[in-house]
Design a protein around this ligand. Structure first.
Ligand code: AMP
Length: 423
């Protein structure tokens, strides 16, 4: 089914074509007509499914139909999302799909000087993409009013909760007009997310996207047993393979990320880190360098890497294995996107064997072991008690079946569940 059959207006069809999209992804096929009807939407889908276009395209179309000729544009659609990287990506999508509509869009997030953001806002915009903290901050300073919002999007709701944004989100919702259209997206739907969605949505239609092929099926995965002290040497050894053009390396801590970067640089391997202690500009720069392949290795913590969409990135290396098994699936899902090839290597020391077992239980298969490498594990006896650390994790909050999906190719098969609601 082509995009034309979704009754999308010509200026948007033109930009979609420029983006190279030929057919709508399942969430787009389901969600676009719902949103165009003016109905609220509850979407269970995650990044990688094409969900940004699923809300951006109909929002642009609805706002285009009610274009105002006021001297100063008022914010008529607000999208909130948990991380700065996601906010930037969503804004880029609105800019791309809306380039022939005459509508304006901007993005605000914390960690950078607010002045360029406020001066853009003062000129007036139709669409605002924001992270919760900076939005509230600028609302409190009187730079933003949500009085004219017609369409509100809450993106990555489960991640918002995980990151402790629930109170901010509630304050934002309280400032929205009662009469509005609301779209709510979450990768997982635990009870507290359903409860939150009930406070926002009015008789929503539901769309649930469960890709049949998960990253776990598509991505080649290997584990290296290695002592902690030899992990850097192993990484450097693996990176001798010039076929590895770029690699995204995960560490558990910010400090660990910086340490890996230093060691790689000593070995003349270009590397940069992204994590919460870096300024937003430094993070964006590192990401841009990595995308352009001027930096070969990007070392990231989990929060910083959430939702990052990098085309043609083939290698993910888990320098440290997460104690939360679902995190493994999120991490490896950064590769193998849009049907591309993907390979994930995990470095497992004695302490991490228990985490590896949890991961294998979650994904339902054994990860093949690479035995033939120069730094085989010598110390087989864990120093710490992994059990206790594992009990401290919040993995019980997550739903493993829905968090294993992060696939964005039209080539794959999808299962879509919808149930219509009326307004
Ligand atoms: P998202 O889930 O919104 O993060 O989108 C994931 C990726 O899929 C992005 O790189 C989009 O550019 C791409 N994409 C979105 N819709 C389509 C489509 N209909 N056809 C091909 N690629 C798409």
């Amino acid at each position: 089914m082509p995009f034309q059959s979704l009754n999308i207006i010509e200026p948007i069809l033109r930009s979609i074509k420029q983006e190279g999209y030929e057919i709508p992804t399942p969430i787009q096929k389901e969600a676009i007509p719902i949103v165009l009807r003016g109905t609220d939407l509850l979407g269970c889908a995650q990044t990688g499914t094409g969900k940004t276009a699923a809300f951006a395209i109909p929002i642009l179309q609805l706002l285009h139909a009610t274009k105002t000729y006021d001297r100063k544009r008022k914010i008529r659609s607000l999208i909130i999302t948990p991380t700065r990287e996601l906010a930037i990506q969503i804004n880029e999508s609105f800019l791309a799909y809306g380039r022939f509509t005459g509508l304006t869009t901007t993005v605000i997030y914390g960690g950078v000087n607010q002045n360029p953001q406020t001066s853009t806002l003062q000129k007036g915009v139709d669409i605002l993409v924001a992270t919760p903290g900076r939005l509230l901050d600028l609302m409190n300073q009187g730079f933003i009013s949500l009085r004219d919002i017609q369409i509100f999007v809450l993106d990555e709701a489960d991640c918002m909760l995980d990151m402790g944004f629930i109170h901010d989100v509630k304050r934002i919702i309280a400032a929205l007009p009662a009469k509005r259209q609301s779209l709510f997206f979450s990768a997982t739907m635990p009870a507290e997310i359903i409860k939150l969605s009930n406070t926002i949505l009015h008789q929503p239609s539901k769309v649930e996207i469960t890709p049949s092929a998960t990253p776990v099926d598509i991505i080649k995965q290997f584990v290296y047993f290695v002592d902690n002290g030899n992990k850097t040497s192993l990484l450097i050894d693996i990176l001798k393979d010039r076929d590895i053009k770029t690699a995204l390396v995960f560490t558990r801590t910010k400090h660990g990320a910086d340490k890996v970067v230093k060691m790689l640089e000593k070995s003349k391997i270009s590397a940069e880190a992204i994590h919460g202690n870096k300024s937003q500009n430094a993070r964006q720069r590192a990401l841009a360098n990595f995308k352009e392949q001027t930096t070969r290795v990007l070392v990231a913590t989990d929060i910083a890497a959430r939702g990052i969409d990098i085309d043609d990135m083939e290698f993910v290396i888990n320098f440290e294995i997460s104690n939360i098994p679902e995190t493994y699936v999120h991490r490896i899902g950064r590769t193998g996107r849009a049907g591309a090839k993907g390979t994930a290597y995990s470095f497992c020391d004695a302490d991490e064997k228990a985490y590896l077992r949890d991961i294998e239980k979650l994904i339902g298969k054994k990860i093949p072991v690479v035995d033939d490498h120069p730094f085989p594990l010598i110390d087989h006896h864990p120093v710490k008690a992994p059990k206790q650390q594992r009990n401290n994790s919040n993995r019980s909050q997550r739903n493993p079946t829905t968090s294993t999906s992060d696939v964005n190719s039209n080539k794959k098969k999808w299962f879509v569940k919808t149930s219509a609601g009326t307004r």
